[in-house]
Design a protein around this ligand. Structure first.
Ligand code: CA
Length: 498
């Protein structure tokens, strides 16, 4: 029989209270920061953004209990550059990173340049335990390993994509398909074993579930404050999901979309696991959570006509496009201790703001010459009015010069996709870009062009190749490639928008 004595002395009671307080909230009071990034998620594929056929109660709950950013954007319409900008908090064109980084373990130049600091590195200096769980995609050579870029803890994969089931793991698959073409997934390291810090790690569950479990463990085992970048590859291809979850989407007739919906569903369940861990450890109230996608969902462009499973509605096109479907993403900010519930914010917000906000709430200083983002918390708390940005900018150095600039009112862009081209939209009266007003407002167009040119004057030309499939083992090969690319970058003329 246990007998409890509640007649504690005031002094002992005070000590116990202090111990409990210390356990639940560290002395510093600094918030934990959890950045959850989905991969190629369609704008309209969540309950709170209008989906009728995908179940996302957890993400919808975060949206309902937090702030929905209505004009939330990423800096690029596909994975690598978007994530580079997000992690560094500077637009990736500032440091010449406008392509995906290939999985190149012997290429020390393929990755975020070492001149740049990730938000993890900045927060580590401010006393945070820092972790990344999931997809890295920002360099596979040892100098670019997450543990070298500010993260105390890494569990996941260095590549840009990964298969989902343990049984497909392989270190011996051929780099070429049966027809002799380079096999993209193999070259990208998409079947390699998972990694925990520097070592291989067991892969025992469906990947999204495994990442979520590890994230919950990270939350439970971390003293406050921590930063966790939970970088899902879901629902990026390959389309693979547990059979029972797919079966629960029998109401979706298209098979690809049924699997894709199941992938999102498992991600939502995984986020629930992490939220439960935050609540169980008393960290939920003082954890700042961001949720967003790294770019829009896939769209059946002519080079990939079968990629039709995502729904970016109400926006046009999708991944790879500078129309809204490629860059306007679901974006939630949730922090019970500091932010109102059920709020919708209409100012322009960029994924670049995540780094600046994280540094600011962690007690650091945000220097505009080091970071392009701003701390958005004062805007969301109503302490500052207006939009965090006057304008947002995009630049994609693909086959042609692709660019876009958006103010609260207008958007001016050029993209050489079929049926797009140079376009001017009134985003206030035509937020879904149905009516191209090109050359109808020349003065407004010139103003936006000037904004873009000013912004671009601080960028450098791209220095990365889509290096795939350069699976060479010679360091000299990559050194020569890099020097050639640097020279080409310097010699290319800067371009202006008219
Ligand atoms: Ca992506």
């Amino acid at each position: 029989m246990i007998s409890l004595n509640f007649s504690l002395s005031p002094c002992l009671f005070a000590i116990l209270s202090l111990m409990l307080t210390t356990l639940c909230h560290s002395d510093s009071g600094k918030p934990n920061i959890l950045v959850i990034v989905a991969d190629d998620l369609g704008y309209g594929d969540l309950g709170f953004t209008g989906s009728k056929d995908v179940r996302t109660p957890t993400i919808d709950g975060l949206a309902a209990q937090g702030v929905v950013i209505e004009n939330g954007y990423v800096t690029h319409s596909y994975c690598g550059p978007s994530r580079a900008g997000l992690l560094v908090g500077r637009h990736q064109a500032r440091f010449g990173m406008e392509n995906n980084v290939a999985y190149s373990p012997f290429d020390p130049h393929a990755g975020i340049p070492e001149s740049e600091q990730t938000f993890a590195k900045r927060l580590k200096k401010l006393g945070y335990r820092t972790g990344i769980i999931g997809k890295w995609h920002l360099g596979a050579a040892p100098n670019h390993h997450p543990n070298q870029r500010g993260f105390d803890y890494f569990f996941g994969f260095l590549s840009g994509g990964h298969s989902y089931f343990p049984e497909s793991e392989s270190v011996t698959r051929s780099l070429f398909t049966a027809s002799g073409e380079p096999d993209y997934m193999v070259n990208e390291g998409g079947y390699l074993p998972l990694v925990r810090n520097e070592k291989g790690a067991a892969h025992t569950h469906y990947l999204t579930e495994q990442l979520s479990r590890d994230a919950a463990e990270f939350v439970l085992s971390s003293e406050q404050p921590f930063l966790l970048y939970l970088s899902y590859n879901a629902p990026h291809a390959p389309l693979e999901a547990p059979a029972d979850v797919i079966a629960s989407y029998a109401h979706i007739s298209d098979q690809n979309r049924r699997i894709y919906a199941a992938m999102i569903d498992v991600m939502d369940q995984g986020i629930a696991t992490v939220v439960d861990a935050l609540k169980a450890s008393g960290k939920y109230e003082n954890t700042l959570i961001f949720f967003l996608s790294d770019n829009g969902g896939v769209y059946p462009e002519e080079w990939m006509p079968e990629a039709d499973w995502a729904d970016n509605s109400p926006y046009r096109r999708g991944k790879v496009s500078l129309l809204e479907g490629g860059i306007h993403v679901p974006f939630v900010v949730h922090w019970p201790d500091q932010l109102p519930a059920g709020m919708r914010f209409r100012g322009l917000v960029s994924a670049l703001d995540i780094s600046a906000t994280a540094v600011a709430v962690a007690g650091g200083e945000v220097h505009p010459e080091e970071m392009d983002g701003v701390n958005i918390i004062p805007f969301l708390r109503g302490e500052r009015s207006g939009s965090p940005h006057t304008a947002l900018f995009w630049r994609m150095e693909e086959a042609d010069h692709l660019w876009a600039v958006r103010t609260l009112r207008y958007k001016y862009m050029n993209q050489t996709l079929p049926g797009v081209g140079k376009s001017f939209f009134d985003m206030q009266n035509d937020p879904f870009e149905a009516h191209n007003l090109i050359n109808q407002y020349p003065d407004r167009q010139a103003e936006l062009a000037e904004l873009w040119n000013n912004w671009n004057s601080k960028n450098i030309n791209n220095i990365l190749l889509q290096a795939y499939p350069y699976q060479q083992r010679r360091r000299a090969f990559y050194d020569e490639l890099y020097e050639e690319r640097q020279r080409a970058s310097r010699e290319r003329k800067a371009y202006r928008v008219e």
